[in-house]
Design a protein around this ligand. Structure first.
Ligand code: SAM
Length: 483
């Protein structure tokens, strides 16, 4: 098969690369010639999938790295793909909601100018196509005009398109009159996730750029389709208890400990339906929580001690299979340790709701019990906890999962998504390995362009390349024949 060559800049754990390498059309496809990345763990992941010789580890802004990229790629690369991190463009985080001094610091963040290095490389290497990917904030029109930083953000997308045009690339799209960029939602491309990203496709052939074809028919893929076949993973529980809330938890036994036990019992039935063979260890754990739970309920005194003992016993029973799937699924399919308050919140919340809903008195899903358990500052954002719905696509998987996963609560298991589940929701192929420890894996997965979205972008470009090259070949043939 003929393979067009690709340079992946800011390659991360290789979402973009993985999708491009999936593309196949009329006997042609793509091969990653080089992938450039600064993060150690992400480089290991890339080396594993692409081969060591294809990965350039280092800082793109450094002259020697740039020089190496140019030496390796000039005259050899057909397409440059990449998503330079642009901190101030993000719609989430301190660039929008942080204090003034934080925003000021961000203004001078060197990461804001990384895109310039991307264009320096485009200029030097002169590929036939360029794909620039970024967060939706890059085109947001909702910024405060009075703020100098935000005024800059408003025009960023145009600056980038102009920059490409200045380098001789055509950014306009088929069937569009004005826009030179597209906002693509991964959910339209077979990815079980709502994730909107801005994509600019640019070519040196003076052609209108093809639009990636949406593949999701009427209903987006649900997370059930990619995660429900995976083995049950339960979290270890920390025994720290916050006394005030502890009393509340104990006073509402059926809603708290009882609900946690019900959740675990429910898993047995759900996975029986899915035909999973239950392990002996899992059955022993279920038996333990039911029996110990009954005893705990009857306790009149020393309740805190009793609850800690219950948790300790549960952790003991969990031990044999807490890391069981670490080996099979090289990307961790293991849970973080959670505190008991959180697993109660996870168990009690309804699928498809968030904490802003359960603590707002005017919300249809307001819940006094959960409201009393909510431990965070109520003057800040209130959607700290988000429980996903099995039948729907997930919210945008974020690299923030490396810090905490509360916005990614599993629909039926009392925990947050494992890295493996996050990778499946990002549409990585089953068994795809990410290197590094759990948080490094979350970071690479959360940062990635979903491979299925990347694949559709690659297909749009490949169809153009194949068409252009067929015409060039025909013309050359005509010339040869007429000679
Ligand atoms: C949004 S992620 C890219 C994700 C990637 N496109 C994918 O699909 O998996 C941006 C990446 O740029 C890398 N990066 C940031 N600054 C860099 C620099 N100066 N040189 C090289 N890589 C850098 C980060 O480590 C991060 O992995």
């Amino acid at each position: 098969m003929f393979k067009y060559k690709v340079l992946d800049l800011f390659a991360g754990g290789g979402g973009f690369s993985t999708g491009f390498e999936m593309v196949e059309l009329d006997g042609a496809g793509f091969e990653i010639l080089r992938a450039v990345e600064i993060d150690e763990d992400a480089c290991k992941t890339l080396e594993l999938h692409l081969g060591k010789e294809k990965v350039i580890k280092g800082d793109i802004t450094k002259t020697e790295i740039k020089q190496k990229i140019i030496t390796d790629c000039k005259g050899k690369v057909d397409v440059i793909i990449g998503g330079p991190p642009c901190q101030t463009f993000s719609l989430a985080g301190p660039s929008r909601s942080g204090k003034a001094e934080m925003r000021e610091a961000l203004k001078n963040d060197p990461r804001n100018t990384l895109y310039k290095h991307f264009f320096e490389l485009v200029k030097a290497i002169e590929p036939r196509f360029v794909v620039f990917e970024n967060v939706e904030g890059i085109i947001s029109k909702e910024f405060d005009q009075a703020d100098e930083l935000n005024a800059k953000q408003q025009v960023a997308i145009e600056v980038i398109c102009d920059e490409l045009e200045g380098l001789g690339y055509y950014t306009y799209l088929k069937d569009r009159i004005v826009d030179r960029y597209q906002v693509l939602n991964a959910a339209d491309f077979g990815v079980p996730q709502q994730r909107k990203r801005v994509i600019i496709i640019a070519n040196k052939h003076d052609r209108l750029n093809s639009l990636p074809q949406k593949i999701t028919e009427d209903k987006p893929v649900s997370i059930k389709e990619v995660i429900s076949g995976l083995p049950v993973v339960l979290p270890q529980l920390s025994t720290e208890t916050d006394l005030l809330r502890f009393n509340y938890i104990f006073g509402e036994f059926d809603k708290s400990v009882g609900k946690f036990i019900d959740t675990i019992n429910g898993l047995k039935d759900f996975y029986r339906e899915q035909n999973e063979i239950q392990s002996e260890e899992f059955s022993a754990l279920i038996q333990y929580v039911n029996e110990a739970g009954k005893k705990l309920k009857k306790r009149k005194y020393t309740k805190e001690k009793a609850l800690k003992e219950f948790i300790k016993g549960y952790n003991e029973k969990l031990k044999p299979f807490v890391n069981l799937y670490k080996q099979d699924y090289k990307t961790y399919h293991t849970s973080r340790v959670h505190n008991f308050r959180d697993v109660i919140i996870f168990s009690y919340m309804r699928q498809g709701t968030n904490s802003a809903q359960f603590i707002r008195k005017d919300s249809p899903v307001y819940d006094g019990f959960l409201d009393s358990l909510y431990p965070y500052d109520r003057t800040k954002h209130l959607d700290t906890y988000v429980k996903h719905s099995l039948e729907k696509p997930s919210n945008t998987i974020l690299s923030h999962m490396q810090k905490d996963g509360l916005k990614f609560i599993h629909p039926i298991q009392p925990r947050t998504f494992t890295p493996y589940e996050a990778a499946m929701i990002q549409s990585f192929p089953p068994g795809h390995v990410f290197c590094g420890e759990r948080n490094a894996q979350y970071r690479q997965i959360g940062n990635a362009v979903p491979p299925l979205l990347a694949k559709s972008i690659g297909e749009a470009i490949l169809s153009m390349l194949v068409d252009i090259d067929a015409k060039i070949a025909k013309k050359n043939q005509g010339l040869t024949t007429s000679v």
